[in-house]
Design a protein around this ligand. Structure first.
Ligand code: NAP
Length: 336
């Protein structure tokens, strides 16, 4: 039987901060799956900062969203009809067609996930791209060594809250996080195991970082860019490794952005700054899931979610995440 489904379309390219009018919730009808296809009822959708970049009509590592068509992104759901023998009805699957209630896609594009030990949405968070990004950054890109002082920005968010804990598990002696607002600052220390926290909205970031790391830092995991990167370069020790993961302070920029004005220090301090895209490191995923499952089971990894209900609120969830309304991973729940 064909199903009626709602999906979020991009209808205008945002200039600066996106607004609700840039999106539309559109009803559509999906046919029964054909041979090799599966029909998934989505239960959880991921909204992520990289989606902001895909709203611009520019060439990047991920293609731009098309105007007047549904956006996509990671989702988990339950298979409700299947034309693919290897993906049975009832299976919980991870797939790339989020931003919609139902997804019709080739069976080869979904991955069956095990929900015996973790809830389905864990595959959009600690056991998915989010946790894996933190791991790749701190093992491959800017490896943490025993005794290191590590600084993480965006530290109360999805990637950042996990990065701080992974840094500790990898042997960091001191982990410093920055986030926006006093409540997040408190939670960094009390809930996510940071040794020191900075509320970047207080200003004078470099001074606060120097106070939190009086002997400098060895590793910086950069989610924010701009002034955060500048402050990290300023307090870096010799041979500090910097993982350039994201630059969310600049994603809505409409003009020139503030950036590090002290890059010349990279020579004398012998700094390494390396950008990365997590999908290039897929060969490490099995290793990560094995280690993260252990950290989760031992209680060494505390995972946080901010949950918004309903497809009608998916755009709000995205906009709010970009403004910092989330702690941990921002998720949209369509059903349990
Ligand atoms: P997130 O941190 O859960 O959510 C975004 C956060 O950004 C907000 O909660 C907000 O926290 C912060 N923020 C917004 N504007 C800011 C500003 N002007 N200055 C400082 N912080 C600001 O998102 P996420 O999914 O974990 O992603 C974090 C970063 O990693 C993003 O830059 C993303 O693009 C990047 N990323 C990169 C890869 C890769 O492969 N390289 C993969 C995944 C994610 P506050 O309340 O603290 O401001």
């Amino acid at each position: 039987m064909p199903v009626t489904s709602r999906e979020v379309h991009l209808v205008a390219r945002p200039v600066g901060e996106p607004v609700p009018a840039d999106f539309a919730l559109v009803e559509t009808t999906l046919p029964d799956p054909g041979p090799g296809q599966v029909l998934v009822r989505n239960t959880w959708l991921s909204v992520d900062p990289y989606m902001r970049g895909r709203m611009n009509d520019v060439k990047s590592y991920a293609p731009p969203y098309r105007l007047g068509e549904p956006m996509d992104g990671r989702a988990v759901g339950t298979v409700v009809a299947s034309g693919e023998l290897s993906v049975p009805v009832g299976a919980t699957v991870l797939h790339p067609l989020g931003w919609r209630e139902h997804a019709l896609l080739p069976g080869g594009d979904v991955r069956i996930v095990d929900t015996a030990a973790v809830p389905a949405q864990a595959y959009l968070n600690a056991l998915g791209m989010v946790g894996f990004t933190a791991y790749v950054g701190l093992t491959e890109i800017a490896p943490v060594r025993e005794g290191d002082v590590v600084f993480v920005s965006g530290a109360a968010g999805a990637v950042g809250s996990i990065a701080g804990q992974i840094a500790r598990a990898l042997g960091a002696s001191r982990v410093i996080g920055s986030a926006g607002g006093p409540e997040k600052k408190r939670r960094l220390v009390e809930e996510f195991g940071y040794d020191a926290a900075i509320d970047y909205r207080e200003g004078d970031l470099e001074r606060h970082l120097a106070e939190a790391a009086p002997d400098g830092i060895d590793v910086y995991f950069d989610n924010v860019g701009g002034e955060h990167l500048q402050a990290a370069i300023a307090v870096a020790r010799e041979h500090t490794r910097i993982a350039l993961c994201g630059a969310i302070s600049q994603y809505n920029a409409t003009g020139p952005v503030t950036g590090p004005n002290n890059l010349r220090l990279a020579m004398g301090k012998r700094l390494s700054l390396r950008g990365f895209i997590v999908s290039d490191h897929a060969h490490l995923m099995d290793e990560y899931v094995r280690r993260a499952s252990g950290w989760l089971a031992d209680g060494d990894l505390r995972v946080e979610e901010t949950v918004v209900d309903g497809i009608d609120n998916a755009v709000t969830a995205f906009l709010d995440m970009m403004r910092g309304a989330n702690t941990g991973k921002m998720l949209v729940r369509l059903a349990d």
